[in-house]
Every structure is written in structure tokens, then in C-alpha cells.
Design a protein around this ligand. Structure first.
Ligand SMILES: [Zn+2]
Length: 222
């Protein structure tokens, strides 16, 4: 599996292109559609998955729907309406008012599994807190999220960052829920899981258990 990370306009959110052989999917195309399209040359792009629907994670959607007709658009089930509401997706405040002109083809719900890449399972983990629908994608090679697999990865959106966590002061944010989501649903993943967040640098589950100041009351048992 190959992962390309592209920090995109307007504020440098991380867009990811995840591929296995010729098949690929895109996570959080926040802007710079041209760069994203160029980075998918020679790949068969099957879908776009959103960790949540803030403006900086969705801004290139309209251009990508044009570039990849018939592509799957998969959105956390609690936020599909937000794509059409500039107040909720915050684009009214920061980026001129984004309204999605395409169609959502799949609502992502907790514990569902997506199969864009052969040999890999994309586990949908609902992690409310930054927004009500915030969702992480955990990829391993098993139908079982807890199975011991080689090189697991987590795309953590704006829920978990290196040494930090997502803001909870936007509409629908919840400071108690984000901590619960991280502790109960992310820190239980294998220590070696590489974490690809929605902003800034990669990290790992082990590093965040040890060093994340927002999670310092987590008791490390291993
Ligand atoms: Zn956000």
C-alpha cells in the first residue's frame, strides 16, 4: 500500500491518496484539485472518503467529481447535510461559502468496512468530538479490526494529532466526547499503528499514549 500526503490550500490540511497497485482512494480533498488530480495519474480512483465536512477537508470535491465521473463519495452519516450548508461546514466563515454540487453515494457508519484496495480492509470508526460525525479510517488486512496485522495505519482526521487533539469550539464540537472517542476507540489500536492526521506531522498510537498532553490521564498498561 502506498500513501501520498498532500497538504492543500486554503490552510494546509492533509489530503491523502491511498493506493494498492492501480487502485486508489482519496481522503479529505480540501483544495488544490489540480495537485490531487496530478498525484493520481496512472491510478484508478475508486472513491473519496471524508473524515468530516469542514471546509478545509472538502474544498476540492466539486472539481474532483468533474474529473472522476461516477466516483463514490463517502461521508460520515451525521454530516452529509453539512456539505450543502456553508454555516455548518464553516466555509461561510473562512472560505467564501462552499456548497457541494455532486451527490453523496454512501453514508459512513461506525464499524462499517470499505474495500477500495484489494487485500486491505478500511474500517470506519466513528469518533465524535471535533464534529458530531467525525470519523477515522483504520486500515489493516483483516475483517477484524483487532487482528494482529502488519503495518496498520490510521487516518485520524481532526480528531487526533501529534501531541494534540482537534478543536471542539466549532458548532457541534464536544470536548468530553473527543477524549472519550480517542481513549475508547483509537488508543486501543495496536501501538505500532502509524497515524496520519488531518493536519501536521504523522505520529503513532504508541507515541500519543506516551506523550500527548491531552491524554495524560490514560493509563498505559503495556
Ligand atoms: Zn475540522
Amino acid at each position: 500500500m502506498e500513501i501520498k500526503k498532500i497538504p492543500v490550500a486554503p490552510i494546509g490540511a492533509n489530503c491523502y491518496i491511498v493506493s494498492e497497485k492501480e487502485n486508489a482512494f482519496i481522503i479529505d480533498p480540501g483544495g488544490d484539485a489540480d495537485c490531487i488530480i496530478k498525484a493520481t495519474e496512472n491510478l484508478k480512483v475508486k472513491g473519496i472518503m471524508l473524515t468530516h465536512t469542514h471546509f478545509d477537508h472538502i474544498g476540492a470535491l466539486n472539481d474532483l467529481v468533474q474529473a472522476f465521473p461516477g466516483i463514490e463519495i463517502e461521508v460520515p452519516e451525521l454530516e452529509s447535510d453539512w456539505l450543502f450548508d456553508p454555516e455548518l461546514n464553516l466555509s461561510a466563515l473562512f472560505d467564501g461559502g462552499f456548497v457541494f454540487k455532486g451527490k453523496v453515494t454512501k453514508l459512513l457508519s461506525d464499524k462499517a468496512v470499505e474495500n477500495f484496495l484489494s487485500g486491505y480492509k478500511i474500517h470506519i470508526i466513528h469518533t465524535p468530538g471535533h464534529t458530531p460525525g467525525s470519523t477515522c479510517f483504520y486500515i489493516n488486512q483483516s475483517d477484524d479490526e483487532t487482528a494482529d496485522c502488519k503495518n496498520p495505519v490510521l487516518f485520524s482526521g481532526d480528531t487526533l494529532f501529534r501531541n494534540s487533539i482537534g478543536r471542539t469550539d466549532f458548532p457541534g464540537g464536544d470536548g468530553r466526547k473527543i477524549i472519550e472517542s480517542i481513549k475508547n476507540k483509537l488508543l486501543i489500536l495496536p501501538d505500532e499503528t502509524v497515524v496520519y492526521p488531518g493536519h501536521d506531522e504523522n505520529t503513532s498510537i504508541a507515541m500519543e499514549k506516551k506523550f500527548n498532553p491531552f491524554l495524560k490521564h490514560y493509563s498505559v498498561t503495556s
